[in-house]
Design a protein around this ligand. Structure first.
Ligand code: NDP
Length: 272
């Protein structure tokens, strides 16, 4: 049987998901392919779903900006996707569709791989968009975490934190970064720098244990460059990408693909 897998989002020109899933298919001994459906507007989503059903796709991932828009096409939601109201993995069965969120697993695995435990820690998160929801869902599990969130749109950050019942976080805009402060960890969940622009000046924000970025290109991202010589651990988003993909693959196939991180890094050309 040929397994049709894919990705919906926009833009998709730089995605590494096809390379990662092709490797997973080979390692699991399955015959299949992973196609990209770049979808410029949400008005095109009904056509994309008709096509996916017509060609009997088994599963698709969903990326920016449709993680919320695809929910209306789901017959069922996994509890985590329901909690976050964000779907990044869709399973097609013969008579229903089910939405999952594997970004939370991806971020949790990144923290586990790096032996990071934020219990009792002072953590700063920059950005509060879609991906930040998955980060917040993970951070919520740490006891006595002291979280500060910085976002341009502070009202949006307030709404997201309230929605996730994260009620003990402080929220500020970027003026806060001009004050001196020290954190155990600083997490970048913004898209700043994706277009090649430099990261904001982080000189006054000291990070003692780990700087974690959700971005992974270049390998040492503009945000991680701010902490490259600081002595703290620097971690990019590649591991999160691989682990969310791994969980999605398991949902679609019932099999755990082998993760050879070094091979995937090489294959993806992620190291510049
Ligand atoms: P969203 O568009 O939902 O959110 C973008 C965030 O970046 C918002 O908080 C936004 O602030 C902020 N932002 C954007 N531009 C600026 C700017 N110029 N100055 C200050 N803040 C800015 O995107 P996602 O949350 O989905 O993605 C965020 C990042 O995470 C991206 O870099 C994405 O590639 C990465 N990601 C990585 C994954 C992985 O597996 N490694 C998975 C998912 C995402 P505001 O709300 O004020 O507009």
């Amino acid at each position: 049987m040929y397994l049709n897998l894919g990705l919906i989002g926009n833009p998709l020109s730089h995605t590494l998901s096809p390379s990662i899933h092709s490797r997973f298919l080979v390692s699991a001994g399955l015959n299949g392919g992973y196609a990209c459906f770049e979808t410029p507007s949400k008005e095109q989503l009904p056509d994309v779903f008709s096509l996916l059903k017509k060609f009997r796709f088994r599963g698709v991932n969903v990326t920016v900006p449709y993680k919320e828009d695809v929910i209306r096409f789901m017959d069922f939601l996994d509890p985590l996707a329901e909690d976050l109201q964000a779907v990044n993995t869709i399973l097609f069965e013969d008579d229903y569709t089910k939405g999952f969120n594997t970004d939370v697993h991806g971020f949790a695995e990144t923290l586990r791989e790096n032996s990071l435990d934020f219990s009792g820690s002072k953590v700063l998160m920059l950005g509060c968009g879609g991906a930040a929801k998955a980060v917040l869902r993970c951070l919520k599990d740490y006891e006595d975490i002291r979280l500060t969130v910085i976002n341009r749109d502070t009202e949006k950050a307030e709404k997201i934190l309230k929605f996730l019942n994260f009620d003990n976080a402080e929220i500020y805009d970027y003026n806060y970064i001009s004050r001196e402060a020290a954190y155990d960890a600083v997490i970048n969940a913004t898209s700043i720098g994706l277009d090649g622009s430099p990261f904001i000046n982080m000189k006054k924000t000291i990070c003692t244990k780990a700087a974690v970025d959700l971005q992974y290109k270049p390998w040492v991202t503009p945000f991680l460059q701010c902490y490259a010589d600081s002595g703290c651990k620097i971690i990019n988003g590649f591991s999160m990408l691989v682990h969310q993909a791994h969980k999605a693959f398991e949902i679609w196939t019932g099999r755990k693909a082998e993760i050879d991180m070094q091979d995937l890094i090489k294959l993806s050309g992620a190291v510049n």
